[in-house]
Design a protein around this ligand. Structure first.
Ligand SMILES: [Zn+2]
Length: 355
């Protein structure tokens, strides 16, 4: 995809939003008093790893301008291309950060940094540490070796050992605004604005998720399922069961291997359907069309809207909401979806009979 670079972000100004988090880290860098461990919290894909990388560049840059790395010196270039000897990013392997990975990091930290004043070690998705790994890591936090800055990324501090949390300086990250994600997708990847709005809404504040979706076949999946959803009112019982069966087997979009984003799974598809009905609601109540998520399918939306009364749209939304909750609670998928499709169908039919 156009504009997608494999180089890491090494400048604070290139990170979307997160002004508060940036300020906390930049002040520490400028004051020369960087804590030995940070805990970056917030949903995946909002810039935690990028901020840690920008901090590493800023701390090691050979000609820093105020707080921003120059982007040109050997340290900057190595960090940007992922070859800096004093920078490591530890990610879960097979769903967990293992004790072996922690031991390797500890071995590297026994020596002073080689290329610059600071070594930065990032633990991405730190909450996936096994108990063994977490206990081993705690030792490092208790006696942090000089010249090292540890950064733990986690969605929720509650999922980490309290003894780990209490030894880190916490920096909260917030979900990004829909407009920020739309602007990024349009300007950096050349995506069409209407498609970008769909991805930004489904991604719920996570730029990383939006990018993963942009690189997958999520948008095609969405169109396929919306087309099917538009036929729900006309389905006979057998076809409704078939549709539920197909939905329940939905594995999700093709995402790059090793991606931490599960994209296009059943919940995402139900989310897509819910947004479709919310758009119907907007049309029915005369809301601003600029708020439509599925603006690229306006013609289809309008003709579908004619089949419903306002109350039926509300009730459809309740049916979808219930299905999403049932799936999250791991109720029997096939049953949940059969009930959902049949309820949506019966509701739509009752609507045509009334009008
Ligand atoms: Zn530099």
């Amino acid at each position: 995809m156009k504009g997608m670079s494999s180089l890491r972000i090494i400048q604070f100004s290139h990170i979307l939003g997160q002004e508060k988090a940036k300020r906390i880290v930049q002040q520490a860098v400028l004051s020369g008093r960087v804590p030995h461990a940070y805990l970056f919290t917030g949903i995946t894909g909002v810039g935690k790893t990028s901020l840690a990388t920008a901090m590493a560049a800023s701390l090691n840059c050979k000609s820093r301008k105020r707080v921003e790395a120059c982007g040109k010196c050997s340290s900057c270039r190595q960090i940007s291309s992922g070859n800096f000897p004093d920078f490591s990013l530890i990610s879960p392997e097979g769903g967990a950060i293992k004790i072996r990975q922690i031991r390797e990091a500890q071995d590297s930290m026994r020596f002073a940094p080689m290329a610059g004043p600071y070594r930065v070690v990032i633990l991405d998705q730190a909450e996936t540490m096994t108990d063994e790994a977490a206990n081993a890591f705690l030792k490092t936090l208790e006696e942090p070796p000089k010249g090292n800055v540890l950064v733990l990324n986690a969605v929720e501090p509650a999922n980490l050992l309290p003894t780990i949390v209490s030894r880190c300086q916490r920096v909260p990250f917030v979900p990004l605004a829909t407009e920020q994600i739309v602007d990024y997708l349009v300007n950096e990847t050349g995506m069409q604005g209407e498609k970008a709005v769909v991805l930004a809404r489904v991604a719920e504040g996570s730029l990383g998720r939006a990018i993963a979706m942009a690189q997958s076949d999520f948008l095609e999946q969405r169109e396929k399922w919306l087309k099917k959803a538009m036929k729900i009112p006309e389905l006979n019982a057998a076809a409704a069961f078939d549709m539920a069966l197909e939905l329940s087997g939905e594995k999700g979009a093709d995402v790059e291997q090793g991606s931490k984003y599960e994209v296009g799974g059943l919940l995402d598809l139900l989310g897509v359907l819910a947004m479709w009905y919310r758009d119907l609601l907007l049309l029915k109540t005369g809301g601003a069309q600029s708020l439509l998520v599925n603006a690229d399918l306006l013609g289809e939306l309008k003709s579908f809207a004619r089949k419903f009364k306002l109350l039926q749209v509300y009730e459809s939304l309740l049916i979808l909401d219930q299905a999403q909750r049932d799936i999250r609670m791991r109720r029997n998928k096939a049953l949940v979806l059969e009930k959902m499709v049949l309820s949506l169908r019966d509701l739509a039919r009752s609507s045509t009979q009334i009008s």
